[in-house]
Structures are given as C-alpha cells and as structure tokens.
Design a protein around this ligand. Structure first.
Ligand code: NAP
Length: 470
C-alpha cells in the first residue's frame, strides 16, 4: 500500500519534494571572506543550514547569524557540498583533506585577475589537486555585493560546468533555490571560458566604440577647420560659438550615416564573396566575421547619434544667433523697402529634406526597437530579417537621400570647397552610396537568383589543381 501510494506521487510533486530535501542539506563554505560571507547569508535566507570551514574558526568575525564555523576538516564532514570561496593561490591546504573530500561536490567559484592567467582553469587545477572530489565550476559570475544586496538583476545567471552530472545538478538546484538562474555549460573544459567571462568589459562594444570615437573626433576637427578656422583666417570672422551646437549637429548626422552604412557594408561584402567563391561553405575572413558580429552595436550607436541630431536640430531656431540673423534680415528688408520673393524650389527642397529626415528616423527607431531581445524574441526569423535587412536598407536610403537633399547642388560650386576640402555631407555619403549601389546589383534578378541558390547549399564546380571541388 505504501509503495503504491508513493508510486502515485505526480512527477512535479516529486521534484519539488526533492528540492525541499536539497534545501535541508547543509552547505559548507570554505573561506570566511567577502564572497563566503555574502553567499552564506543568501543561503541562510533561503533556508539552508550553513557551516563555514576556516583556518581560524575561533577568530572568524562578521559571519551571518545562524551559521556555524569549524575547522576545514570538521566542516566538510557535515556537508556533501562544499563551496570553495578561497583564491586559487591558497588551494594548497586541500590535498591534505583529500580523503575527506572523497565523492563530495567541491564547487570552485574563483576568478582570476587576468584572462587566461594560468595554462589550465582554476577548476581543472582543483580537480588535479583533489581527484577524489567531484569538482564543479560555478557562481564565479555573481558578485559578493549582488548576493548581499539582493540586486541580482544584472548577474542572476549562474554558469555551471562539471564532469559529473549529478554533482552539477545539485549545484544548479542550490542556484535555483536562492533565486538564480543556472545555465549548464557542459564539462569542466568550459571552466576557462567561465573564468574569463567576468573579466570581459563590453567585448562586443569595443570595435564600435573605437570606430565611433575615431569618426567623431575626425569630423569634429574637420568641421572646425571648415566652419571656424577658415572664416577666421580668410575673413577675420569669429565663429567659435559654432562649436557648441552647429558643429555637433553636423558631426552627429555624419557619423550616424557612416555607421549605418558600416552596418550594411559587411553584409554586401559577404554576399559578393559568396558569389565569387561560388559557395557558402567557406569561412569568411576573421575581420569580416568580427565586423558582422558587431553590426547590432554599430546600429545602436548610429541610432543614438541620429537621436542627438534630432534634439540638436529642434533647438536650432531657439539659439540667439538664429534669432539675430532673422531679425537682421527683416530689418535690412525694411530699410531697403524690399521683399524677398519666395522661391518654390527652396520651399520644396526644405519640405522634402524634413520629410525624408522624419521618415528615415522613424524607420531607424523601428530597427532599434526590434533589436531589443524582448521584441526580437516575439518575431520569427523571417520577420526579423525583413525588419533588419529590408527596412534597414530603406532607412539607409532615406537617410542618404535626406543628406543629399541638404547638400543639393553645393558640390557643383567651387566656393563650397573651403581650401579645397569637400563638405562633411559629401564624405558622409560615400559609404552609404557604395552600400546602396552594391545592394542594387545584388537584388537584380539574375544575381539574386544565383545568391539564393548558393545560400541554399548549391556550390559551383571548380577545377583546381586537377581536383574537382563540389
Ligand atoms: P577574500 O575576501 O580575500 O576571502 C578569501 C578567504 O580565503 C579568506 O577570508 C580566508 O578565509 C581564506 N583564505 C585566505 N588565505 C588562505 C589560505 N592560505 N588557506 C586557506 N584559506 C585561505 O576573497 P573573496 O572576495 O571572498 O573571494 C573568494 C573567492 O571567490 C575568490 O576565488 C574569488 O575569485 C571568488 N569570487 C569572489 C567574488 C566577489 O565578489 N568577492 C565574486 C565571484 C567570485 P578564512 O580566514 O576563514 O580561512
């Protein structure tokens, strides 16, 4: 009867009962430092009995109330799972405990100061030191501060890896019970990667940041030469005030447009490379891979710069210099008793310019929103590609047209080349125009058909050094 009734316990109930059993398991923490104490406090709050193993149990201070502290040997006798909150350099006390650690789960939470600091990961080193223990790597991406304050939003994911599946599951259950999200990363071979992870600083943003910073500085200086230094040298006019609004409002759209071009340029280069090679099964060069991987970041920076351009444009009429120029024109017309007739071409030009800008920025906003994981997760692959690729190229087209209408026919007038330098807007259109022309070639039916076949797995047969490559 008993066995029958236990057989009838539903699966969910069994697993939750199991979890409760784990909750009752005593957890041992070696090391009463920052991480050990914070982790212990968190475990206690979640209902786990906690024992600390310390070199000096009698003098351990600031331990969370409710926890007990023993020598290493005594503490690990009480628990089958031990979190090692000690730096790798101090692991040498562990081999002496090897027999007591037999079949126990030993969790390595350690990090290093530099990436790939040691030839093997700390967890692999630990496994060599105490081969009888089941070593699991985990929790190293969670900071002591986050554990203590409870603000785990940014680091609630706990990456776990280890060679023994049962031990790994045990550690993942502990993570779950204290409100973290465990992610299984496979065997202990993944430990090096997990140890490098907290040392990374915006790895995907580095290249976009360098490109953006470089372009911003270059175009700021370029515009300074044309808009401030040139009038000062040639006409003795002080236009230094332009540094605050006018020049940034030229630099932001220029850099934004170039960055947007750089988002779509690697895609067309990749397509031409596939056409040239006649296969999609050859790896792209590393530089192209790296470039493609940071397209999202380039796009987001481009959007941020576009946003700044909108703001700066909105305040332009409020500036004293704009107000003064307007009043001066009116006063001069009143003085001369003349009225300037409206030129319809300029009216049209201004309206087309603003319309293209508004449309371009709106579609750009759509691209930015759909790149958010919470939005992109609700789209299927086709929808995502439609927005990011098709609408992306439309954005590029609208923004390039917006810039071209601004420049209008200025590029035909030699006076607009100050000291022979082309205006910034001309330079900003070079990359977008290249992308748009290349894209136009790619979407012509015959090229598009060939590219689609290649992307579906077709390969061009080529004879190279007597071999037939298929
Ligand atoms: P910590 O404040 O310096 O504490 C380390 C503890 O190790 C000491 O309190 C000491 O505890 C013990 N210890 C020191 N020398 C020892 C020795 N020779 N032999 C045996 N035990 C010794 O360091 P922590 O910040 O807590 O970091 C501990 C580990 O957690 C490190 O590997 C770190 O990379 C990792 N981690 C830390 C954080 C964090 O935010 N702090 C986050 C993730 C991972 P007893 O005096 O009780 O023996």
């Amino acid at each position: 009867m008993d066995s029958n009734s236990s057989d009838m316990i539903p699966l969910r109930q069994t697993s939750s009962r199991k979890r409760l059993d784990h909750k009752r398991d005593t957890i041992c923490i070696f090391g009463t430092g920052d991480f050990g104490r914070s982790f212990g406090m968190r475990l206690l709050k979640s209902g786990y009995p906690v024992v600390f193993g310390s070199r000096d149990p009698k003098h351990s201070i600031l331990l969370p109330s409710g926890a007990q502290v023993f020598s290493h040997a005594d503490a690990l006798k009480i628990s089958k799972i031990i979190f090692l909150a000690v730096h790798r350099e101090n692991y040498d006390f562990l081999p002496a405990l090897s027999d007591l650690l037999d079949e126990k789960v030993l969790v390595d939470v350690s990090n290093n100061i530099r990436m790939n600091q040691y030839p093997e990961s700390n967890a692999q080193y630990l496994a060599q030191l105490v081969p009888k223990a089941n070593v699991v790597k985990g929790f190293n991406t969670v900071s002591a501060w986050a554990l203590q304050s409870g603000s785990l939003d940014a680091s609630s994911q706990v990456f776990v890896c280890g060679d023994d599946n049962k031990s790994k599951q045990l550690v993942m259950d502990v993570a779950r019970s204290i409100g973290l999200t465990p992610l299984d990363q496979g065997s202990l071979l993944a430990a090096q990667e997990l140890e490098n992870y907290p040392l990374q600083l915006f790895p995907m943003w580095r290249l976009p940041f360098i490109i953006t910073a470089g372009l911003t500085v270059f175009f700021f200086l370029y515009c300074m030469v044309i808009k401030v230094i040139y009038p000062y040298v040639e006409k003795n006019v002080d236009d230094t005030y332009r540094m605050m609004i006018s020049i940034p409002n030229i630099v932001f759209p220029i850099v934004s447009l170039i960055l947007l071009g750089l988002v779509y340029l690697p895609g067309v280069i990749a397509a031409f490379l596939q056409l040239y090679r006649g296969t999609k099964y050859k790896r792209f060069p590393n530089w192209l891979d790296t470039w493609m991987l940071c397209r999202k970041q380039l796009g987001l920076v481009a959007f941020a710069y576009g946003f700044l351009h909108v703001f700066y444009s909105l305040v332009r009429p409020l500036r004293y210099s704009s107000y003064w120029r307007l009043v001066r024109n009116v006063a001069s017309q009143v003085k001369k008793n003349t009225t300037t007739e409206v030129e319809m071409i300029w009216v049209w030009r201004a309206d087309v310019f603003y319309a293209l800008g508004i449309l371009g920025f709106s579609v750009f906003g759509l691209l930015g929103i759909t790149s958010l994981p919470s939005v992109s997760n609700t789209m299927n692959w086709r929808e995502f590609r439609f927005v990011q690729s098709k609408l992306g190229h439309v954005t590029l087209l609208l923004c390039t047209a917006h810039t071209a209408v601004l420049g209008w026919n200025k590029f035909l007038k030699p006076t607009s080349f100050k000291w022979g330098l082309p205006s910034g807007y001309i330079l900003s259109m070079v990359i977008p125009c290249i992308v748009l022309v290349l894209k136009l070639i790619l979407i012509t039916p015959c090229v598009d058909r060939m590219l689609t076949r290649i992307r579906q797995g077709w390969e061009r047969k080529e004879k190279s050094s007597g071999n037939l490559n298929i």
